[in-house]
Design a protein around this ligand. Structure first.
Ligand code: NAD
Ligand code: ZN
Length: 359
């Protein structure tokens, strides 16, 4: 008998330009008592911006500004959890992440680790979390990762870059306000948006594909094409990219990502290359696996005059290549989705080295 996955979804979502102003009324019934604060983890790009004054603080609620310059780390999560536990007698009423994938993932991980013993790295993997996390809310301010819907929080640990994949990772509430994405710099808009596009291509061309994933993946892909290849009004484009991210995330939830993600994790682990740009750096060289996807990617890149960085792997040592290759090859489900159960016949360390050398 096939054992199908019983997948958790975000139970509540609010969508609409300006809906951020409803956050206070959404949180109110979730406040446990006046001593149990809401902790807002906010991308420090918003420090001093008007958005901060719109955060509905009450009692001893706290805003913690966090830089997204580096991707989230397991020990960063542990430090945050210690800090929050030390500062308050009671567990918080909830954690609210405001920012891109970095802040959303941090919020998820902190909410899990406030309710579970030990260190964050001990939970990197699949279904290792035993106790429900505390209430947590995701508010994306840039569109593409799908972190707002996924059941994973991707963390850089001492040994690997790997998600805490669990039923308790998924947000309890998501607030989608496309206006929050207004200030995103163009290059970043492209890279993070391409994360969504690549999710679609990897899901739709994967061996794990099923009607569930396909229905979301096709919708997300259509929306990406509209946003990146057509002339849309700005507000319209913002709304559509936010929904593309959501659908792209739903698509991989019930399937997997593929070659670009596996190799991008290697780049990110060794060199700290950020997820969005890392995916693009790899994806441009994957015609062999995704011919149509790469052609369309190039069209979008050219249309928006995006110049990808070059020479990233130029001065790397043999050991460096080996580390990246090891990280990439360890992501077996991704390869199996991309190429089937016999993927090892096609993917060897030498093959991966030859691709990394082009980056
Ligand atoms: P990010 O969160 O790192 O943000 C990218 C940059 O955009 C940062 O400099 C940030 O300060 C800036 N930014 C964000 N919103 C802004 C705004 N409104 N105005 C101006 N600047 C703004 O980038 P990302 O691409 O959203 O996320 C990448 C992270 O997401 C990686 O750590 C990756 O591993 C993770 N990820 C997670 C999942 C998941 O399912 N959990 C999926 C894909 C990626
Ligand atoms: Zn991704």
């Amino acid at each position: 008998m096939t054992n199908y996955k019983n997948f958790p979804m975000v139970p509540r979502v609010i969508f609409g330009p300006g809906c951020f102003d409803q956050l206070g009324e959404i949180l109110l019934p979730k406040r446990i008592h006046s001593e149990a604060p809401f902790i807002f983890l906010v991308d420090d790009v918003f420090e001093g911006s008007p958005l901060v004054s719109r955060i509905p603080l009450m009692f001893n609620d706290q805003i913690i500004f966090i830089s997204a310059d580096e991707e989230p780390k397991t020990d960063q999560v542990d430090v945050l959890v210690e800090k929050i536990k030390f500062q308050y007698g009671a567990l918080p009423s909830g954690i609210i992440g405001i920012g891109g994938g970095t802040l959303l993932d941090l919020a998820k991980a902190v909410a899990i680790m406030l309710a579970n013993p030990g260190k964050a790295y001990e939970y990197q993997g699949w279904d290792l979390v035993k106790k429900p996390s505390i209430y947590h809310v995701g508010i994306p301010t840039i569109s593409g990762t799908g972190a707002e819907v996924s059941r994973t929080t991707v963390l850089l640990g001492p040994e690997k870059k790997l998600g805490i994949n669990s039923d308790f990772t998924t947000f309890d509430q998501v607030l989608l306000d496309p206006e929050l994405t207004k200030g995103v710099p163009k290059e970043q808009w492209f890279y993070t948006g391409m994360d969504c596009y690549i999710h679609c291509i990897e899901s739709l061309n994967g061996t794990f594909l099923n009607a569930f994933s396909q229905s979301y993946g096709e919708k997300a892909l259509d929306l990406c094409k509209e946003v990146y290849l057509e002339e849309l009004q700005e507000g319209d484009a913002r709304d559509k990219l936010m929904m593309a991210s959501w659908h792209g995330g739903m698509s991989i939830a019930y399937s997997q990502v593929g070659v670009a993600h596996a190799m991008s994790y290697g780049l990110s682990y060794l060199l700290g290359v950020r997820h969005g740009v890392g995916n693009c750096l790899v994806f441009q060289h994957l015609e062999e696996f995704y011919p149509e996807g790469v052609a369309l990617f190039n069209a979008m890149k050219d249309r928006h005059h995006i110049v990808l960085p070059e020479g990233i792997c130029k001065n790397l040592t043999e050991d460096d290549f080996d580390i990246m290759i090891k990280v990439a090859l360890s992501l077996e489900p991704l390869w199996e989705n991309a190429l089937g159960k016999e993927w090892r016949k096609q993917i060897t360390p030498d093959k991966l080295r030859s691709i990394y050398q082009m980056i």
